[in-house]
Ligand binder design. Structure first.
Ligand code: NAD
Ligand code: MG
Length: 385
């Protein structure tokens, strides 16, 4: 394999730092060419000094001078601001983008990479939730591979290798159920951020950890799967599997089911996406079937975890509804993390915003941005941020 120059968008996050671990472990295969962060300037500087990238971008412009000064003795170029993310994504200095920014903010740089014909290892699911039709259409037009990093989608992607055009009957997305599996609304109403931030199986960024606790994460993943694998809404099924050993499954027309399994460790899907189609040897801990263990499965409780029902509705109705759902969810999670709304209030904010913003069946990119802005604004009025 030729050495790949990786642009890590969101290098200071949970995905970004694990991607850098993969790069550090495989220096003959990968270099970190671009690193970006929103506000964690100290970590960005530390990463730049270790990996000597061509370019770093700090999103928060007030931190530009500090980063610039700290890297003055290096060859690393420093840029700042939201616009710079897009400009750097458009540069011809890297071979693959790891899209590891969280939320809607990841859409523009990712779309720019696709526009430039750069393969994308996609962790930022919100990109596909917001504008999946436009992103995938552009990827087909430019013949750009979008390789999923999200563990469930990586699992499905791996199950599909070698299947060529064999049609998929359905996919089964597994969900851990999060820290509140089995709980009811009378419990959830009192849940606070610190409790919701404790995920049983995965250590992740704050936003996706809350999404996992509300099951919104699985809802976003249903929509992500629809676009990645060109599925009809009915072909996407969610199954709670608390141990997170089966990362997801594909059932084919003959009824045969393939699963991809392993211990829950994001470094595996990250390195698979970076090295695809190759697999890389590693020393990660391995799942051992001989150890006493049980794998359980159950239906998700969508009456309690209503975010999953709202996301399923958005999946079926399509148009700008997933974009609106996503925007309202980002506002609600932001508010919950600041103890401004309760756990169950998040669902109400999302539901009321979905009812409020006008439906558009086939939005343009501009209309997606407008729906996002409108939904954020309305959701914020519900919270009195
Ligand atoms: P995180 O919060 O740990 O990191 C987010 C990164 O994005 C940071 O580097 C941050 O500086 C940057 N960022 C945040 N806001 C930004 C903005 N407005 N503009 C530019 N950059 C910004 O998040 P994470 O857990 O690493 O998740 C990243 C993405 O990957 C999310 O879309 C998440 O759903 C997805 N994902 C994460 C995991 C995981 O294990 N963490 C698993 C599957 C999918
Ligand atoms: Mg996932």
């Amino acid at each position: 394999m030729m050495q790949k120059r990786i642009a890590i968008f969101g290098s200071t996050g949970s995905i970004g730092t694990q991607a850098l671990e993969v790069i550090a472990a495989n220096p003959s295969l990968f270099t970190a060419e671009v690193l970006t962060a929103q506000s964690n300037d100290d970590l960005l500087i530390k990463q730049a000094l270790q990996f000597n990238p061509n370019i770093v971008v700090i999103g928060d412009e007030t931190r530009y001078q500090k980063v610039k000064d700290a890297l003055a003795k290096t060859d690393t170029k420093v840029f700042a601001g939201e616009k710079a993310l897009e400009e750097v994504a458009a540069m011809d200095c890297y071979d693959l983008m790891l899209a590891g920014i969280v939320g809607f903010a990841g859409l523009k740089p990712t779309l720019q990479a696709v526009e430039q014909g750069k393969p994308v290892a996609l962790a930022n699911k919100e990109t596909l939730v917001v504008a999946g039709d436009i992103v995938m259409q552009k990827a087909i037009e430019k013949r750009v591979p979008i390789i999923p990093v999200d563990s469930e989608h990586s699992a499905i992607f791996q199950c599909l290798v070698g299947e060529n055009l064999n049609p998929i009957d359905k996919i089964i997305l597994t969900a851990s159920g999060g820290p509140f599996l089995g709980k009811k609304p009378n419990f959830l109403v009192n849940v606070k951020r610190d409790h919701a931030l404790q995920h049983p199986n995965w250590s992740m960024g704050a936003k996706i950890t809350i999404d996992s606790a509300t099951l919104m994460n699985k809802g976003l993943e249903m929509i992500e799967a629809k676009w990645l694998f060109n599925l009809k809404p009915d072909q996407v099924q969610v199954l709670v599997h608390p141990q997170s050993i089966i990362h997801s499954m594909v059932q084919f027309e003959d009824g045969s089911i393939k699963a991809q399994m392993g211990l829950p460790d994001m470094k595996l899907p990250i390195q698979y996406a970076l090295a695809f189609p190759q697999r890389l040897a590693n020393k990660f801990p391995r799942y051992d079937f001989r150890r006493p263990n049980t794998l359980n499965f159950e239906e998700p409780d969508i009456k309690t975890f209503r975010n999953l029902a709202l996301a399923t509705e958005a999946l079926h109705k399509g148009g700008n509804l997933p974009c609106v759902l996503n925007a309202a969810n980002e506002i609600a999670v932001f508010a919950f993390l600041r103890n401004r709304v309760g756990f169950l209030d998040m669902t109400d904010v999302i539901e009321r915003t979905m009812e409020k913003v006008a439906f558009i069946g086939q939005p343009t990119l501009e209309e997606y941005f407008e729906s996002d802005a409108e939904a954020r604004e309305f959701a914020a009025t519900l919270i009195h941020l």
